[in-house]
Design a protein around this ligand. Structure first.
Ligand SMILES: C[S@@+](CC[C@H](N)C(=O)[O-])C[C@H]1O[C@@H](n2cnc3c(N)ncnc32)[C@H](O)[C@@H]1O
Length: 235
């Protein structure tokens, strides 16, 4: 999977993409992440990338041209079409299902991060395929939302996590929350790890985990539980 990020603040990404699982996945060549500074494509002598909004109002708007030129610098030499995603509070709200669908649809994504009051609409009309929001609230920029997408998409790429199917057991993948997890010691502050997990009986462990998943989804996220029950009438 390849992800190109169009941003005015590439340094913001350094810790997230250069640590832990994402770092290893890049080292192994499973994912490629490129940072493109939109400011490098400004033709203004002061490298200006924003301007006052037509019609008045507070704040600045990111200009169309540097974004378009930055986009073209990626796509001019390509033979396949990447999916261009604009991170915006006006987009489709991101969740695990959106991540699962996205990862099946392409292997190359361009993430466009806005800042200030947003981006000149004309360049959005020209280059954007999808608009994604990370929730119904407004942040100062698209960089944190882009990091959320990079992280959640990367872990769905085969080989990024330890086990091939590791992500399939986790909360939300199949419409349920994950069962409780325990590690050593077997007793902590008088609380014991459930006996079944020490039994080595894999069938019973799986059964217990599924029951726990159902139980905690029902109590923590009744909306998810009702949806799961409707789709999986026999579970
Ligand atoms: C202050 S916001 C602009 C909001 C815009 N004026 C509006 O009301 O729709 C600046 C940038 O932050 C990003 N952003 C803010 N909230 C976001 C969210 N919930 N999800 C994704 N991106 C967001 C977008 O890239 C946006 O262009």
């Amino acid at each position: 999977m390849r992800i190109d990020i169009l941003t005015l603040f590439p340094e913001m990404f350094s810790y997230v993409i250069n640590e832990s699982i994402l770092k290893r996945a890049q080292e192994k060549g499973i994912i490629e992440i490129n940072l493109i500074n939109i400011r490098d494509y400004s033709t203004n002598k002061h490298k200006k990338v924003d301007d006052y909004p037509y019609g008045g109002g507070t704040g600045m708007v990111m200009s169309a041209s540097p974004i378009y030129e930055a986009f073209k610098s990626i796509t001019d030499t390509l033979t396949t079409k990447p999916t261009v995603i604009y991170l915006t509070p006006q987009g489709k709200v991101f969740n695990q299902q959106v991540a699962n669908d996205l990862i099946k649809s392409n292997t190359h994504y361009i993430l466009l991060c806005g800042h200030y009051e947003g981006i000149d609409e004309r360049v959005l009309e020209e280059i954007v395929d999808e608009e994604i929001s990370i929730g119904d609230f407004v942040l100062t920029g698209g960089e944190i939302p882009a990091m959320v997408l990079i992280d959640s998409l990367s872990r769905l790429v085969p080989g990024v996590l330890g086990g091939e199917d590791a992500f399939k057991d986790e909360s939300h993948y199949n419409g349920l929350l994950e069962y409780p997890q325990y590690t050593r010691p077997a007793e902590f502050l008088g609380k014991k790890v459930p006996d079944v997990l020490l039994s080595g009986h894999h069938e019973n462990i799986n059964k217990w985990r599924h029951e726990q998943s159902l139980k905690r989804t029902k109590s923590k996220r009744p909306d998810m539980y009702d949806k799961f029950k409707m789709i999986n009438k026999n579970s």
